[in-house]
Structures are given as C-alpha cells and as structure tokens.
Unconditional design. Structure first.
Ligand code: XIL
Length: 377
C-alpha cells in the first residue's frame, strides 16, 4: 500500500485540496475549497439566489454555484406572480428545473417567498381588493408547498411585513393586510404549517443593520410582531435577515446587530442571513478601493452575525455582479458630476463575491475569512 504522508492526508480530507506539499513547511491545512465547505466547518450552509435560465445558459455561473453553494434560493421562480401569472394557470417549469438541479447536485433549496407585497400578481391584487378571499392564498400555498415540500425544508412564508411610520404596530399596509387585517401573518404561518408539518417557517425582513431611525423602528416592530406570534402559539421557526448592506448608510451597527440577534435568538428562533449583498456609495473610486469598502463592510457584518449561535447559514443575493439586482442608478451617476469625463463609467455595482467575469473578489475572501475565523464549538 502506498504511504500517504499524514499531514497531506489530513489536509486533503479536510478541504478536498492538497495543501501540505513536502518542503513548503505547511503545517496548517489549507482553507477548504468553496464557501459551502468553509461554512460546513461551522455547521452552516452557504447559498445564493439563482435563476434557472441563467444557470442553464451560463456554464461559469453553474460551475460557481456547484462549487460554492450548499443551498440555492429561487430568485424569482417561486414568487406568486411568477407561479400564477393569471388565475389558475400555474407556471411550474422554472421551479421544477431548479428542484431537479438541486436534487442532482445535492443542494438544499430555500422556499422564497410565499407572501410578498411586490410579487402579488395583478389579477390577485385586484381580486383581493374586491373580496377578502383567503382561498386565493391557500390554493397558491397548496400548489407550491405540496409540489416542492419534499425538496424545500425552509420557507420564507412572509416577506417584508414591516413598514415603519404608518401604523402603530409597524406592519406594512400591503394587499394582504388590507384584505385580511393584521392576522394575515399568523394565518399564513398556520396554513404553511398545515401543508409542511416538518418545514421550517420563517419571516424574512430587510433594513435591520444600521443605526438609523427607520431601521431602529423596523427592528422594534419586527421584535414586537414576533413576540405576539410566539405568545399566541403561532408556528414560527426562524427569521430571515436579508442583509442588503448599503454603504450609503454608513457602517453596519455591530453592537446593535449583536443585541438584536440575541433578542431574536431569545425567542427560540433560528436565524438565516438570506440575501447578503452590498450597495456601493463611492462609484468614482478605483475598483480596488471600491472592492475594499465592500469587503470591509461584509467582514464587519459577518464577524458579528456569525458569532450568534442561532445563525444557521447565509446566502448572497446572486453570486456574480453581472446578475445583481443592485443597479448603478441615474441618481448614483448624478452624485459624481465630474467623474468619467472620458466617457467611461463606474461599471456594475460590485456588491457580490464574484465579478462580472466570475472572478473572486475581496468580498469572496471576506466571507471565507469570516467563516473560517472562528470554528463553531
Ligand atoms: C428581487 C429580484 O432580485 C429582482 O430581480 C426582482 O425584480 C425583484 O425582487 N428582497 C427580496 C427579494 O426578498 O425577493 C428581492 O428580489 C430583493 C429584495
């Protein structure tokens, strides 16, 4: 039998990569290949939002998802407007394709998202205004949870229910609230539990990371909502923190985030970081400087977030800048009237781990370092 130097064997079995090469004096195993492998060392998942058409058409994206992710989130395919664009006509092929991709490659899939004010199809919006017909909600839930409940264990049942500044309870005055009143949230969770008895049921929310008055109000309203749901015995297993970081807002408020997460965990909830990305502010700076600002912000956030033992995993909202939903807007251009006189421009927002040609950027290494920084006990 060939003898394998022990050090090499350990490194290989830990990370799937050979690290210790005789003579290089490496005594530490190399970081594992891929963010999912780094996350797995702390028993976390790492994932990204994907679109089946992009996965199919773009081999480099597919390879990156296969190598980096243990979990995928449908960016669009599960949303009500995508699944039921007209009443009773179900469009399931894109979700079926994702489910098959996940099954074949051994990835988990998150169920994003059932009730979101921005994904209500027009026909349902009109119908709900006309009549508070819960049957519309339950038949959509039934269609998708029954079909994908085998593949999806974690559901963002209600997305973005908080909108501070309008009602004393801080709830968003969306089509669901207008039709069914504030109890629509509990009702949706009960309905989801009925269809997915083993599923993990989440509320997913954004705008919770900064010391700004609006975000403070949103954190408080979310905590109060959770308190009411828990007090009434409503099935709620976790909370998704979207974590769309934004350099225009300053720096993430680390001690606030820490305290907020502790309160969430105190309700016995698990916490997912569901949509991590970074909106930039300084588009006129060099790409290297911009990448540094993005990666520093991500590291600040993850260092505090990953400390919280209730955090079960993290996902970015896309992997590559070329698919980011974050655009450089006209308002962004207007903030730099003297830049790009030569006719150039800032290019894309650089707020995801891979650049547009699918090269790893500093944000990638910030996520990897944060994951590897501390082993979960
Ligand atoms: C976004 C998609 O990325 C866009 O392509 C689409 O136009 C709008 O929705 N919060 C969420 C996600 O929960 O579903 C959103 O996804 C981004 C903000």
């Amino acid at each position: 039998m060939a003898t394998i130097p022990r050090r090499t064997f350990i490194a290989a079995s830990l990370g799937g990569m050979t690290a210790a090469v005789a003579g290089l004096g490496a005594s530490e195993p190399e970081p594992p290949a891929g963010l999912a492998a780094a996350a797995a060392r702390r028993r976390l998942f790492f994932g990204a939002a994907v679109r089946p058409d992009q996965l199919e058409a773009e081999g480099d994206l597919r390879q990156a998802v296969l190598a980096e992710c243990s979990c995928i989130t449908p960016e669009l395919a599960l949303k009500w407007g995508a699944v039921e664009p007209s009443r009773g006509r179900l469009v399931l092929q894109p979700m079926d394709a994702l489910r098959d991709f996940a099954a074949k490659s051994g990835k988990r899939m998150r169920g994003h998202t059932l009730m979101w004010h921005r994904s209500v199809p027009d026909w349902a919006q009109a119908a709900l205004q006309e009549r508070a017909d819960w049957g519309l909600i339950s038949s959509y839930f039934d269609a998708v949870i029954t079909r994908y409940g085998g593949a999806i264990k974690q559901w963002d049942v209600v997305n973005e229910p908080i909108d501070p500044g309008h009602r004393s309870d801080g709830l968003r005055e969306n089509a669901f609230l207008k039709a069914f009143g504030p109890d629509y949230i509990a009702r949706a969770l009960v309905e989801a539990r009925r269809l997915a008895p083993q599923g993990e049921l989440l509320i997913n929310e954004y705008g919770l990371e900064y010391d700004l008055s609006e975000e403070r109000q949103r954190r408080n309203a979310l905590l109060k909502l959770i308190e009411r749901l828990k007090a009434s015995g409503t099935p709620l297993d976790g909370v998704g923190l979207q974590a769309h970081l934004d350099l225009r807002k300053g720096r993430v408020a680390t001690s606030t985030i820490k305290a907020f997460m502790r309160e969430l965990a105190g309700f016995g909830l698990s916490i997912m970081i569901t949509e991590l990305d970074v909106k930039e502010a300084q588009y006129a700076d060099s790409a290297a400087a911009r990448d540094r600002m993005v990666s520093d912000e991500v590291r600040r956030y993850l260092d505090v977030a990953l400390e919280q033992p209730a955090v079960a995993g993290l996902a970015t909202w896309g992997l590559s800048d070329r698919h980011s939903w974050l655009e450089v807007t006209k308002a962004d251009y207007a903030r730099f009237p003297h830049a790009w006189k030569d006719g150039g421009g800032p290019g894309l927002n650089r707020g995801l781990p891979f650049d547009a040609s699918m090269q790893r950027k500093p944000m990638y290494f910030a996520i990897q370092a944060a994951l590897l920084g501390r082993e979960k006990a």
